[in-house]
Design a protein around this ligand. Structure first.
Ligand code: ASP
Length: 310
């Protein structure tokens, strides 16, 4: 499928009770989602690669304080920010990822550097930081990531002794990972995912987002997928790759495969969340088993959509 492009992005899924969010807040989320979508779409329009588009869209979301990735990352148990990210190219099936990194403004771009400038796929914590410095990536001070709402969530989670996957409002269950999938006019797919993980996480906990096949996957023969949700279940369900397998081995359509994985298989494990996916023909699917998922898309006919609730 040449000369056509499509792109979808997400800013996390969760139990977002309608009415609890102010109209103004809702508009802010939609504004940031649309900005990120258009940033990716305008690149695709000019003939850029899907890799460039998903990286650019995710960078926009990482720079927004509203989403749990980059600047808006949640607090760990120790009051730090440890981020995970992955990017994957459908043509070569090359991937790059970082896990548990601190001080990185745009973890998705560091993930791409891992793919392009190292012999490895996944680098973690201190080593990943060493690599970042070697590549000339500037390291941010802690203040860059400070956010009052995240701080309050952390305090609440500390008090309750829980780990939280959610961000606003305090008692709502909501995932805040960000991601993008795209088909470019050259027929190539790509997927990128970035997250601050769970509030109050400890022991170096890593979620599904930086793991190729679990939270992020791209293969030109089948689909590109970016997930959000309860990471432990998405790792066990090898969710992104499972969508691809159902298409490759069972002949399911993109929509059937996404539905099966999110509504049946992840649910059966006890997990909740969602994903965005694109097929080689540019068909998009935005599937979730939660009350909402921050999302936006532009299909091959140029139709733009933005949504939060079901
Ligand atoms: N999947 C992410 C994780 O477990 C969380 C999220 O999607 O918000 O780290």
């Amino acid at each position: 499928m040449k000369d056509k492009f499509s792109i979808a992005i997400h800013g996390g899924a969760g139990t977002l009770t309608r009415g609890l969010m102010s109209e103004e807040m809702e508009q802010n989320y939609k504004k940031d989602l649309l900005r990120a979508l258009r940033c990716g779409a305008s690149l695709l329009e000019k003939g850029a690669s899907s890799m460039d588009a998903v990286e650019a869209a995710v960078r926009e979301l990482e720079d927004s304080p509203l989403f749990n990735a980059g600047k808006g990352s949640v607090f760990t148990h120790e009051g730090k920010h440890e981020m995970d990210a992955c990017i994957m190219e459908g043509n070569s099936r090359k991937a790059g990822a970082v896990a548990g990194v601190s001080g990185i403004r745009n973890p998705v771009s560091l993930a791409r550097l891992v793919m392009e400038k190292s012999d490895h796929v996944l680098l973690s914590s201190k080593g990943a930081l060493q690599f970042a410095r070697q590549q000339g990536v500037s390291i941010e001070e802690d203040e860059y990531f400070y956010n009052e709402l995240r701080y309050l969530q952390w305090q609440q989670a500390l008090k309750e002794g829980t780990v939280q996957l959610d961000h606003t409002p305090l008692n709502e269950k909501k995932f805040g990972t960000v991601g993008a999938v795209a088909l470019d006019i050259h027929g190539n797919l790509a997927a990128a995912t970035s997250t601050g993980g769970m509030t109050n996480k400890r022991f170096g906990r890593i979620g599904d987002s930086p793991i190729p096949g679990a939270g992020n996957y791209a293969n030109n023969a089948t689909c590109a997928v970016s997930c959000t949700g309860s990471g432990e279940y998405f790792i066990r369900g090898v969710v992104a790759y499972d969508v691809s397998c159902l298409i490759e081995y069972k002949g399911l359509t993109l929509k059937q495969a996404c539905h099966e994985v999110i509504q049946n298989r992840v649910m059966a494990l006890g997990g909740d969340g969602g994903l965005i996916a694109v097929s080689p023909s540019g068909e998009l699917c935005l599937e979730f088993n939660t009350e909402g998922m921050y999302r936006a898309s532009r299909d091959i006919d140029g139709l733009e959509r933005v949504g939060i609730y079901r």
